[in-house]
Design a binder for this molecule. Structure first.
Ligand code: ADP
Length: 199
């Protein structure tokens, strides 16, 4: 398989790019989606989080209250470490399982990992970064996903910098243009991926 790490800042267009790559024929492994699946009510990860942080992180309908959990660990390194110790090994194991399931094939497998700069990965054929001015990203999230502007800005400020992300890139998709421009950029990146070494 050709294994490509995909990353980008909040609102950069990473999910849009991932979906377009799937329509070109890629297999997408989405780290955030795996986290959400592993935190569904009744899962071991869910039970351990509730045991650790209490019923305050559960919504009235019994699902994990991600916002409440984020508030509980925000600014508290020790709590964050305890949360990560519950979530990360489970996510890594599930991601590894999904990668191995593709290993013997000829497919392009995209690993969508928001925090690839913070958690570098070995064994990739290459790294693809979706790049846009953070101000544009915030404006898109606010306009199209109804995000709160101050909150989105604060989350953008906490993430890895645009320049740090560009430094790990083997290929950069520029998403400063229209959606149609992005589709052309993705098509070019898809052609480049076909030339990458299999792992
Ligand atoms: P990410 O997954 O990186 O957070 P998304 O793919 O969800 O980013 O994109 C953020 C928002 O911006 C979405 O609402 C998406 O539809 C929109 N978007 C993405 N690319 C463009 C573009 N080139 N022009 C306008 N809106 C865009």
């Amino acid at each position: 398989m050709i294994l490509v790490g995909l990353t980008g800042g909040i609102g950069s267009g990473k999910s849009t790019v991932g979906a377009q790559l799937v329509s070109h024929g890629a297999v997408l492994i989405d780290a955030d989606l795996i986290v959400r699946e592993l935190q569904r009510p009744g899962t071991e990860v869910f039970e351990r989080i509730v045991a650790e942080f209490g019923d305050g992180v559960v919504t009235p309908n019994g699902t994990l209250d991600r916002a409440a959990l984020a508030a509980v660990v925000f600014g508290d390194a020790e709590r964050l470490t305890r949360l990560n110790a519950i979530v990360h090994p489970a996510v890594q194991a599930e991601m590894a399982r999904r990668i191995e399931a593709q290993r013997s094939g000829r497919k392009v497998v995209i690993l969508d990992i928001p925090l690839l700069v913070e958690n570098p990965r070995r064994g990739l054929s290459a790294t693809l970064v979706v790049d846009v001015d953070p101000g544009v990203a915030v404006a898109r999230v606010v306009a199209q996903r109804g995000g709160d502007e101050a909150d989105t800005r604060a989350r953008v400020a906490r993430q890895a910098s645009r320049s740090a992300r560009r430094l790990i890139a083997d290929w950069i998709i520029d998403n400063s243009g229209s959606r149609l421009d992005l589709a052309h950029e993705v098509a070019r990146a898809w052609r480049w991926m076909q030339t990458l070494p299999h792992v």
